[in-house]
Write a protein that binds this ligand. Structure first.
Ligand SMILES: [Fe+2]
Length: 330
């Protein structure tokens, strides 16, 4: 082994000496270091030495490495700089949220699903009206659940409608200015002011385009009055934490487009008026293990869906007015 290595070493040494004499001491020292490293790694010819030099030189100029750095830089810009930009613009324009539904950022930052929640799920679990004890085994399930006629006895089902809610808001003048979340979905109504400013003909769809909106009832006075017309669903666990605001969704035909909810708890909805069709889909990474499903709910039904993990969309039958109260528990 020693002879095999020592012979070409002397050849390389002679050549390196010639080069050293022609070049400066600094460069020659670098060549010496390269030479010693080459010997340590067992290189035996000039060609192998040249190949080692090429590889050393290319480490700093690897085009794939540069592409990866660019990609990471662009991802960092989208995930960090974009929200900062929109928040800054929102602040400068004096509006609450310049981009209310930054689904691109939410989608980019949501955790990857393990798909356990949707494996084998082909339909919602449909339960007859039941007690808290009977509901307990299902209370924190990720399986979509319909509890039939669970809210049919609520006064809200008889009394709540567009005019009642409009009058209630107008009885609290500061409620129009409150900083509550508003979703206009596909409609042209951009705020609650627009909703209450509709003509009667547009509001009941006897004239004009269909509309569908949803908003957080975060004004304490309005919320207190509304909650006189509905309790929390009687079958929910008694120790379930409830939020400080509920959500109202109402309108015609259009419904909510496919989305995830970025909320801290499980969701329940009380379908007060109209039928509503639900379309659920697993996260895209679960497409090969799970399947989408659809169902509909009728007035008086309660529906429970973990809308944080199920993508969901709704439609309302043509010509029907849908009114839903939504809240959270957990
Ligand atoms: Fe939703």
């Amino acid at each position: 082994m020693f002879l095999f290595i020592s012979r070409p070493t002397r050849t390389l040494g002679n050549r390196m000496q010639e080069i050293r004499e022609r070049l400066g001491a600094d460069f020659a020292a670098k060549l010496d270091a390269l030479h010693r490293n080459a010997l340590r790694t067992g290189l035996v010819s000039i060609e192998e030495l040249q190949e080692a030099f090429r590889k050393t030189r290319d480490i700093g100029h690897n085009p794939n490495r540069l592409n990866l750095l660019w990609l990471l830089g662009i991802m960092f810009f989208i995930m960090v700089a974009t929200p900062v930009f929109y928040e800054t613009i929102s602040f400068l324009l004096g509006v609450r949220c310049f981009l209310p539904n930054n689904y691109l950022v939410w989608e980019a930052t949501r955790p990857i699903s393990d798909c356990e929640f949707c494996k084998g799920v082909k339909a919602p679990l449909i339960l007859a009206n039941l007690t808290m004890e009977e509901f307990a085994p299902h209370a924190y399930s990720s399986l979509p659940i319909i509890v039939k006629k669970a809210v049919a006895h609520w006064p809200a089902q008889q009394h709540l409608n567009y005019s009642y809610i409009k009058d209630l808001y107008e009885s609290f003048p500061d409620s129009m200015e409150s900083d509550c979340q508003f979703q206009h979905f596909n409609s042209d109504l951009k705020s609650l002011k627009d909703v209450w400013a509709m003509s009667e003909e547009r509001s009941n769809l006897s004239h004009g385009a269909p509309w569908f909106v949803g908003w957080s009832v975060c004004h304490p006075g309005v919320l207190a009055e509304l909650r006189k017309l509905y309790p929390r669903p009687h079958f929910l666990p008694v120790d379930a934490e409830m939020p400080h605001a509920d959500f109202i969704l109402m309108g015609y035909e259009q419904g909510a487009v496919m989305h995830l909810d970025y909320i801290p708890r499980l969701m329940w909805q009380a379908q007060l008026k109209g039928n509503k069709s639900w379309f659920l889909a697993p996260a895209p990474e679960c497409d090969h293990q799970c399947q989408p499903l659809s169902f509909y709910v009728e007035p008086g039904d309660a529906v429970l869906v973990d809308t944080r993990i199920w993508y969901h969309a709704n439609t309302i039958p043509k010509g029907q007015f849908s009114l839903t109260v939504q809240s959270e528990y957990g």
